[in-house]
Structure formats: structure tokens, C-alpha cells
Ligand binder design. Sequence first.
Ligand code: SAM
Ligand code: SF4
Length: 351
Amino acid sequence: MPANFPAGEPGLLDQYGRRATDMRLSLTDKCNLRCTYCMPSEGLAWLSKSQVMTAEEILRIVRIGVDRLGVRELRLTGGEPLVRADLVPIIAGLRAAHPDLPISLTTNGVGLAKRAQALKDAGLTRLNISLDSLHPETFAQLTRRPFLDQVLAGAEAASRAGLGPIKINAVLMRGINDGGAADLLGWSLQRGYELRFIEQMPLDADHGWTRDNMITAAEIRALLAVKFELSEDPRDRDGAPAERFEVRRPGSAELLGTVGIIASVTEPFCADCKRTRITAEGKVMSCLFSRVEVDLLALLRAGAAEADDDAIAARWQQAMWAKPKAHGMDHVGLGSAGFVQPDRSMSAIGG
Ligand code: SAM
Ligand code: SF4
């Protein structure tokens, strides 16, 4: 393993030979839901406005990533990105600067119906909507807010606006929404949405995650098998985190669509990871589970005389060089001391 970052290396390379080309940028730590696997019921101590990157700072950091460091796709996330009043102008600015960059957004869908067309017109490429249950009470229990109708309307509006193929992200919680997994798949297939189940990770602010209680990818496949037949999608996975399955009714040859399972805990894909993350306050996190954060915002604000784009790019490269080999999550509760849950919750990192 080389000890130092190789001179002249143009990209976001790490010491294990992985190159990050997929940028996840958090626009805010705030959110209007309180999903139990992410946020505490009372919310968190939000960052002040001055701590969060401005639209100009976001545009500059993305420009450095794309023009100098080999970033090839961008996902905007949070917290809830739709709570940012300047979301549409941010996307328009990004699109004007990078006409060919795939730009996607991960949202909980609350308030999306009103803004879907404006997001499309600004240049957004695609949307992921998080939806864990189609039952109003279960939805409200999981998110601690009664907004299911808004999310459903948001998904329809996004589809009409041409922001497809819409991906639906779902997290299953034992005894709460796991019984609805197959129905969620049937509903998604009917509408042409691509459903992906994400194994619950230890990124909840309440630190209530346990390895024993989380629903594994193997269990998710069994829950879906009650109504559907799954077979491995023959297409190349190409480093994508979701393992994709073709879906058919038992005994039928007709292909209904596909479903993805992101087994971050039990079948981790760290060896193929292409992600670099920037938090809402401009810190690089080389991994969701990294306990090291490298501040770029102070450099961005220092002024060109102190820190030009070269200096910012170099600090970002150094941060990524130190990316851990793997997160070691699956050892929690199994006797290994290799994993320590980060202090930040998913919402505060940017999922
Ligand atoms: N608020 C937006 C949303 O919910 O889509 C964007 C941010 S959210 C942190 C991004 C994704 O992370 C969501 O799909 C959510 O379900 C997922 N997520 C949050 N906490 C998680 C956890 N502990 N384990 C697995 N996925 C989680
Ligand atoms: Fe908010 Fe998304 Fe976290 Fe739910 S998962 S609390 S919607 S940031």
C-alpha cells in the first residue's frame, strides 16, 4: 500500500486503489420528517444558516469536483433537500455549468408535487423518493408525521414532469413495515417505479440499531417471495450498490420489472465504492462511517489569496486518500471491536 498520495494524480484516488467519481452533496441538515431510523423525535440541533454552504459555495465545490477531480455524477441530498428555498436556482446553476452531468436528488417527497416541474425545468435528471409504507398509520409511525398523501402525490407529479425512472427507497423495520414489503413492490411495479430496499444501517441519532433486529437482504428476498419470484438480473452490476433482481409472478414467464436490494450491512460493497461525500457544512467524508471529516468550507471562505481552487482540490484529494478500506458494520454485536457508530446521524451526513 503506497503511503503517500501519488504526485500528479488527477482524481479522488484512495490508498486501496478506488477512485471516487460519484459525489453526494448534502444541501441541508434540516428535515420535515423524523424517521425513526434516522432522526430523534425532537429533531437535532440544526446548523445555523452561516454554517451551511451557500448556493455559490455549492456551485464552486461541484465545479472543482467535476472540472479537476473526475466527478462524473452528482446526487443532492440532506436532511431534506426540498426544505432549501434556493433548491431550484442551485440546480439551474449546476446545470448551466455542467450541461452533461447526471444530477439526481434524494427526497422524502413532502412538498414535491408543487415543485417537480420546476426541478425538471431547472435541469434535474432523476429523483429518488423515500417511501417505507403505503399505509397511512404505518407511514406516520415510521416518519412521526402524517404526510403519506403528499409523498404519493409527489411521486405522481415527478413522473408526469418526466423525472423518471423514479426510484423508491425503502427501509424495513421489524414488526412495523416488513409485512408490507411485497405490496410496496407490487405498487411500484404497477407505476413503473424502481423499488430498492436498503438494509437499515447504524446511523440513527437514537443509537437504537442492533444487528440482531435489523432485516437482512436475505430476509427481504424471503418477504418478497411470498408474492413474487425473483431471479438475479443478468445485467452487469457495474459497481452499483443495489443488487438487482428480475420480478415475475410465480409460474409466469412475464417480466414485471426489477427490484434492488442494497445490502450495505450483510453484503457490503466497500471494495467497489465510488463515493465522495460533502456535508452541508462543506466537510468531506470519505465514507458514511468515517469518523474523520475534512473541512473545505474554511478554505472556500478564506479567499483566493489564501486558498485557490488548487488548494481546495488538494485537500479534498488528501481526505479521500485516507478512505477506510471497509466499514466493518457487520461485526457489531458479534464480538468485533472493529466498528464504532459515527456521532452523526444519516440526516446530518447526507444519505
Ligand atoms: N430526506 C431525504 C430522504 O429521506 O430521502 C434525503 C436524505 S435521507 C438521509 C437519504 C436516504 O437515507 C433515505 O432513503 C433514507 O431512507 C436513508 N436512510 C436514513 N437513515 C438510514 C439508516 N439508518 N439506514 C439505512 N438507510 C437510511
Ligand atoms: Fe428526514 Fe430523510 Fe432522515 Fe427521514 S431519512 S428523517 S426524511 S433525512
